[in-house]
Write a protein that binds this ligand. Sequence first.
Ligand code: HH2
Length: 260
Amino acid sequence: MGVVNVTPDSFSDGGRFLDPQQAVAHAKRLIDEGADIIDIGGESTRPGAGPVDAAEELRRVLPLLRALRDARVPVSVDTSKPQVMKVSLAEGASIINDVNALRAPGALQNVAASGAGLCMMHMQGEPRMMQDAPHYLDVVGEVRAFLLARIDAAVAMGVARESIAIDPGFGFGKTAGHNLALLRNLRRLAELGAPVLAGLSRKSTLGVITGRPTSERLPVSVAAALLAVQHGARIVRVHDVAATRDALALLAAVEAAGNR
Ligand code: HH2
């Protein structure tokens, strides 16, 4: 899943693709590099980010969504707002990716009615405060229980089980230690039966480990995507598609080699 953020303030690519033409060109480049899904977002969820209203979010997202209508890959829209979901689905989005796991009133109904795919992510708190003092007794168990409850809620609302992906929400109300425990134990989430999506690309935990700023986190992001897939992720949400593709091609080749 290749990321295109149409925002002024996203943590790693904020402001780069605010111009619709640049956003479209970037999305097409990611598709050419081998992205299987394009994820477009009109509101930053980085720690401390302020909220954006639905009209502004749609103003950012719709030109890109419309331009990608004929793209050869599905487009997902990264939003927590039921209104943005509804309009995006009517305008051709195939997937809703919600960092709030469709907990806003009306969100699940809107997605269930459309038959679209959805990704439900775990977050402790909300973006403005989530990194203040994240706390868990058992981070893996708590994230797993939350995601199971969200799968059940979506299925009860009429969403097909096979349309659901789940995500531990790396960096969303989690310390570096919490993120690493989740990465190490992704298989426990995969056991829930839904494909696991992992978004570690350029995130601050990778900066803590390497001491590098966002702009220098490509190598460690590729390593993180590889580790995530080795630990059970089926989808990786990344900014750098070509490099990640290469690493995953190597992993696939090693696995196909078997014991010959
Ligand atoms: N991370 C971000 C945004 N959306 N969605 C899912 N499912 N999983 C993630 O880990 C995830 C996500 C944050 O990254 P980014 O979009 O690069 O930054 P920002 O939120 O500042 O726009």
